[in-house]
Design a protein around this ligand. Sequence first.
Ligand SMILES: C[S@@+](CC[C@H](N)C(=O)[O-])C[C@H]1O[C@@H](n2cnc3c(N)ncnc32)[C@H](O)[C@@H]1O
Length: 220
Amino acid sequence: MTKSRTRLYELSAAAYANGDYTGWFETLYAEAQGNSDAIPWADRGVNGWLIDWIETAQLNLQNLRALVVGCGLGDDAEYVAKLGAKVTAFDLSQTAIDWCHRRFPTSEVNYQAVDLFTAPTEWKVGFDLVIEIYTIQALPANIRPNAITAISNFVAPKGKLLVVCRGRDPEDACDNLPFPLTKHELTKFTDTGLTQVSFDDSIDTLDTTPARRFRIVYAR
Ligand SMILES: C[S@@+](CC[C@H](N)C(=O)[O-])C[C@H]1O[C@@H](n2cnc3c(N)ncnc32)[C@H](O)[C@@H]1O
């Protein structure tokens, strides 16, 4: 196991024991001191599933209001901005947001340190395109329904939501971060009023350990 993943397990276990399910992200980013090798998910690249979706569907993002959830170090937000969208990207970690500003000093992305669970009310139904990649799977099951509702609420009428996450069957093990999602957990998106447009279920061989990935597109 890499050093960064060992630290992630230590920090998250200590936080969970105190009933804090999200505070450890900031500690991990702060301890990294600008070294992205210390952040297990930070590969400094755009997510391949996002690129594939946009290119395959030949989406025109020009002037769309886009929101990137749990943006981390900002690569996906920058990619969508370069395609012409007006992008807001947020993460609860102030250190991650400062890091985005340092990495992309001339960026047009509106980076904000915001907690998904207390996001500004004016963001409600405010975005034509919402991108959620690997945030939900980094949250334990007890707070996921609220996370899904909060993400769903950002989607404007006729807007789209892209979700990329690890996937599992109900009987598969789910004892370590990242926690893969079941198809049943994801039905919460449609329960909150979105329509499922597509569901890809495949093995991601790009990862060092091949893992099952779900890529789902919803629309309002
Ligand atoms: C596994 S990382 C994925 C980051 C990025 N989306 C990527 O694919 O590289 C999850 C991110 O979600 C952020 N996050 C976790 N809980 C959050 C919350 N409640 N509100 C906003 N961001 C959150 C973390 O700080 C972290 O940057």
